[in-house]
Design a binder for this molecule. Structure first.
Ligand code: BTN
Length: 252
């Protein structure tokens, strides 16, 4: 079923019963497509997560990728996953305000403390110019159980609500909200979104451990700054600003 699209995104809209990965398919087609092109798959045989992980993508989820051509400096793209994960939570919490929503910096979407979705942005850029960004978004919607290795960490809307949800309705709302936040981000950067992100930020004020390229930082997570960087107060009182990219965050 095609979602009812009110914005510019979702044109063209490609829907497949099965793909290896919507990111891979969209990357291959990127050169000839305009901003806003969307690839959706009912299931992915080789869904990809961040940090080279695989992404469990059975039927019942929302697995899609979006083509973006932002006229920004490549470094600014580090806050794009934050913008998109914020858009997902804003639209899902609009439908289901009774559920407990949170964002785990930089790009995890949590419901009732467990991972409900994630964003994977892949980029083609030169030093000063972005050619395109493929933003893959995965949301566990109508999924009633997870394999043992994900049990306890992952959740779905079905598990949180106790019933199934209308996927095309959710996808349409997410595309609309993401388009709105993205165009604000293109014009003004992450600053106008920082407060909303911060309000949903899971570990605010809590002690965390961050792994960045094999190095570890421990301290209190003070929040997210106006560039989308994690503000970490180290034990010696100094501040460290961490960029998204290849970083993992844990509470200690
Ligand atoms: C993460 O949290 O590690 C990011 C997960 C991103 C998953 C989505 S599903 C649609 C798109 N295609 C992929 O292969 N991955 C992303």
């Amino acid at each position: 079923v095609l979602p009812l699209l009110r914005g510019k995104w979702g044109r063209p809209y490609y829907h497949y019963p099965q793909l290896q990965s919507t990111n891979e398919t969209l990357k291959q087609m990127a050169a000839s497509l305009p901003e806003g092109a969307v690839v959706v798959a009912e299931e992915q045989a080789g869904g990809k997560g961040r940090r080279g992980r695989s992404w469990h993508s059975p039927p019942g989820g929302i697995w899609f990728s979006l083509l973006l051509r932002p006229a920004v400096h490549p470094l600014a793209l580090l806050s794009l996953p934050l913008v998109l994960s914020l858009a997902v939570v804003k639209s899902l919490s609009g439908f289901f305000p009774e559920l407990d929503w949170a964002l785990k910096w930089p790009n995890d979407i949590l419901c009732r403390g467990k991972k409900l979705g994630g964003v994977l942005v892949e980029v083609a850029a030169e030093t000063e110019q972005v050619h395109w960004a493929v933003a893959g978004i995965g949301i566990n919607v109508n999924i009633s159980s997870f394999p043992p290795e994900l049990e306890g960490r992952a959740t779905s809307l079905e598990l949180c609500r106790g019933k199934k949800s209308c996927r095309p309705c959710l996808l349409a709302a997410i595309l609309e909200r993401a388009e709105e936040l993205y165009s604000l981000w293109c014009r003004e950067g992450f600053a106008p979104l920082a407060k909303d992100y911060q309000a949903l930020f899971l570990y605010r004020g809590r002690r965390v451990r961050v792994e960045e390229e094999g190095r570890f930082w421990e301290g209190k997570a003070e929040g997210v700054d106006d560039k989308g960087r994690l503000v970490l107060r180290l034990d010696d009182g100094s501040l460290r600003l961490l960029l998204g990219g290849e970083v993992t965050l844990r509470e200690v």
